[in-house]
Design a protein around this ligand. Structure first.
Ligand SMILES: C[S@@+](CC[C@H](N)C(=O)[O-])C[C@H]1O[C@@H](n2cnc3c(N)ncnc32)[C@H](O)[C@@H]1O
Length: 279
């Protein structure tokens, strides 16, 4: 990984921040580990349709955090590896997989060093997302890592919060209703956004240290261009109104335990799912 020192420092701050968040997430109702929530909870049916048969395939989950999604691939019979740069998260993920009796190989590495960290291993499927891409300072370099990890004919499956979703913010309107308005950038180009917050996105106690994290905005055009530049061919790009949890108060239940905005709101994409194949 040979980023400039300022970018390295930001990623180091993110690593410390994710280590600090990990014990809070482990105990949170959001992740539901104490309640024994099934890993499939985090997937919409269209994801399994896009992923196809996973039995006997080699799959790596980049930025896997606690492995709450990673386990679902092992349960479907994939030879599964999870990779994350947070030592706390990787240790926790190993413990969760062991307790579930599932064979998952976890590797601690920055995603930009994943090719060296995974040695000679090459994969049929690279999966990532749901809060991953915003931590990537450089998409062309990430796309080239993904391409290097794939076997010819293998594919990337990326399910991520839509840049329009992250651009929207609730804003008090008349009678205290929270209107969703464009509050943040949709397009990349303004560099890292510094967030200093003692609260993570789950329930649970406040962070005591390492409260600063850095995020980068990436529009869909930037993403598709980066993947094409790395030699991957995009074969589908779904934009969906669904989310796995109710991000805003006004969201209503959709099918299969997922959430969407009510019919009174414009239909806008909140999540996207991109599949790209290595030729
Ligand atoms: C929100 S989680 C995404 C995983 C999963 N969707 C979830 O919600 O649990 C983000 C993960 O990205 C990891 N991460 C962030 N930047 C990274 C990097 N440069 N290399 C490896 N992992 C990184 C963090 O440690 C964290 O575990």
């Amino acid at each position: 990984m040979d980023f400039d020192s300022a970018t390295n420092e930001k990623m180091a701050a993110n690593e410390a921040n994710w280590n600090e968040r990990t014990p809070i997430h482990l105990a949170s109702r959001f992740y539901g580990l104490a309640e024994g929530r099934a890993p499939e909870f985090w997937f919409a049916p269209f994801e399994w349709a896009d992923l196809g048969e996973l039995g006997g395939r080699d799959l790596v989950h980049l930025q896997c955090h606690l492995g709450t999604e990673t386990l679902a691939f092992a349960r479907k019979g994939a030879r599964t590896t999870g990779l994350d740069f947070s030592a706390e998260a990787v240790d926790a993920a190993k413990g969760i997989a062991d307790a579930a009796g599932l064979d998952v190989g976890y590797v601690r590495s920055n995603v930009y060093d994943a090719v060296a960290a995974l040695g000679a291993n090459r994969f049929d499927v690279v999966y990532t997302g749901k809060g991953a891409v915003c931590y990537l300072p450089d998409l062309p370099r990430w796309a080239s890592v993904v391409a290097d990890l794939l076997r010819p004919g293998g594919f990337l499956y990326l399910v991520e919060f839509h840049p329009l979703f992250t651009a929207l913010g609730p804003t008090p309107g008349p009678e205290n209703a929270q209107d969703l308005l464009l509050r943040h950038d949709y397009l990349e180009g303004r560099g890292a956004i510094e967030r200093d917050a003692t609260r993570t996105y789950t329930d649970g106690p406040e962070l005591r240290e390492a409260t600063t994290a850095y995020e980068w905005v990436h529009g869909l055009g930037e993403l598709v261009t980066a993947l094409s530049g790395a030699g991957l061919s995009v074969t589908s790009l779904r934009e969906t109104e669904l989310l796995p949890w109710p991000r805003w108060e006004r969201m209503v239940p959709a099918e299969d335990g997922w959430w969407r905005l009510p019919d009174s709101e414009p239909r806008v994409p909140l999540l996207y799912a991109l599949k790209a194949v290595k030729g």
